[in-house]
Design a protein around this ligand. Structure first.
Ligand SMILES: *Cc1c(COP(=O)(O)O)cnc(C)c1O
Length: 379
């Protein structure tokens, strides 16, 4: 593949393609629904899934939700928070919306150049008497500096709610990622590394929190004639649970295959000037859920937007995750908050997420990387 021409891919290559298990396996699982006529509200599949998932995630309590966003809002609304929460602007809009929808004010902390995660060394300067929590995101599944965040939280008596939407299956220093902070939220949306069509999880070591979350997600109903608290409807149904249960059989294989694809990308991109990617962190079990690159315009010769547009002409549909920053949300702009976020702005304007999913052919990865190399040379 030494050709000086761009390779047009024979089909549209999107940034991800949802995993689907063998159809018979899914049918085998949902047959139980036809026998029981029990479609939602804590059915047997839901119970099975919750049990297996808790084991897989290596945490002490989990609560299942219809999606990750409502799970996050449930956590934020049930931890008696008020005032300000310190968070990151380099995330999916959901994180910031959940904070705003819970009546809290997001205070944005800049991120690290290398991991794209909240820069823990900049948290303390943002703490005021109104701060009640820290809401960090393990962006692209890379663990935040959990030790530092944990010690700041105990020093100032703050709650920590991790948005672990990207971090399913991740471990750091042998500890599964859902064990840090007061609560962690995982997303099981169709586009995530592990999914239940749509779905969300809250993990917590606090059994009372779990009870509260389970009540809140079902209108606060604690029995046929008792309404214990206010709540919403955010329950996971049996079809979702069945998909999750089947997919759980494939998750280790999925992560292993993504690791191989990631290594191919890294090998092919490592000599292209001005292209940087995330490396493995020692003592971390990664899930390889995304493959973001940083385009250094000075060295690469072209900027991120140019590369994005040229790749699209070759049928390669990359995504600018995460651009714009969530500080661009109108409701946030109206708050007129601190906007001193030089690293986040720099990363958001130069990041590009390349396609990665297990059925992506390695030959396509070669062609994508070949194109990235040529586009930088100005061909
Ligand atoms: C996907 C995602 C969410 C929301 O999860 P859903 O399951 O789609 O509701 C929240 N935060 C981040 C960082 C995400 O990527």
């Amino acid at each position: 593949m030494n050709s000086r021409e761009l390779h047009i891919l024979p089909e549209s290559i999107l940034v991800t393609k949802s995993f689907l298990p063998p159809l018979e396996e899914y049918i085998g699982e949902i047959e139980r629904i036809w026998s029981s006529h029990w479609l939602t509200n804590n059915g047997v599949i839901h119970s099975d899934f919750e049990k297996k998932l808790k084991e897989y995630l290596g945490v002490s309590n989990i609560s299942l939700f219809t999606n990750g966003h409502l799970a996050l809002e449930t956590a934020l609304k049930n931890l008696e928070l008020k005032g300000e929460v310190i968070t990151t602007p380099f995330t999916f809009a959901s994180t910031t919306h959940a904070i705003l929808n819970s009546g809290l004010t997001p205070v944005f902390c800049d991120i690290e150049e290398v991991t794209f995660n909240m820069d823990a060394s900049k948290i303390e300067a943002l703490i005021t008497e109104n701060t009640s929590a820290i809401v960090p995101v393990h962006v692209f599944g890379n663990p935040c500096d959990v030790d530092k965040i944990g010690s700041i939280a105990s020093k100032y008596n703050l709650k920590v709610i991790y948005d672990a939407a990207h971090a399913f299956g991740v471990e750091t220093n042998g500890t599964p990622i859902g064990n840090f902070g007061d609560v962690s939220m995982f997303s099981m949306h169709a586009t995530k590394v592990f999914h239940s069509i749509e779905g969300g999880i809250l993990s917590t070591s606090n059994h009372n929190y779990k009870k509260q979350f389970d009540l809140f997600k079902n209108f606060g109903i604690s029995g046929p004639e008792s309404l214990e608290t206010r709540g919403i409807n955010a329950k996971m149904n049996e079809f979702q649970a069945a998909m999750g249960l089947v997919n759980l059989r494939y998750i280790e294989q999925e992560i292993e295959q993504r690791k191989e694809l990631t290594q191919i990308y890294r090998e092919l991109l490592k000599n292209i000037k001005g292209i940087r990617y995330l490396d493995d962190v020692s003592q971390v079990k990664h899930n390889y859920s995304y493959f973001p690159i940083i385009v250094d315009k000075e060295q690469y010769g072209k900027d991120r937007d140019f590369l994005h547009d040229e790749l699209r002409k070759c049928n390669v549909f990359t995504r600018k995750y995460f651009y714009p920053l969530t500080t661009e949300i109108q409701a946030v702009q109206n708050l007129g908050l601190n906007d001193d976020l030089p690293v986040a702005k720099k990363i958001a304007s130069s990041v590009l997420t390349l396609p990665i999913y297990t059925s992506l052919e390695t030959d396509y990865i070669r062609k994508i990387c070949h194109n990235i190399s040529l586009i930088g040379e100005g061909c």
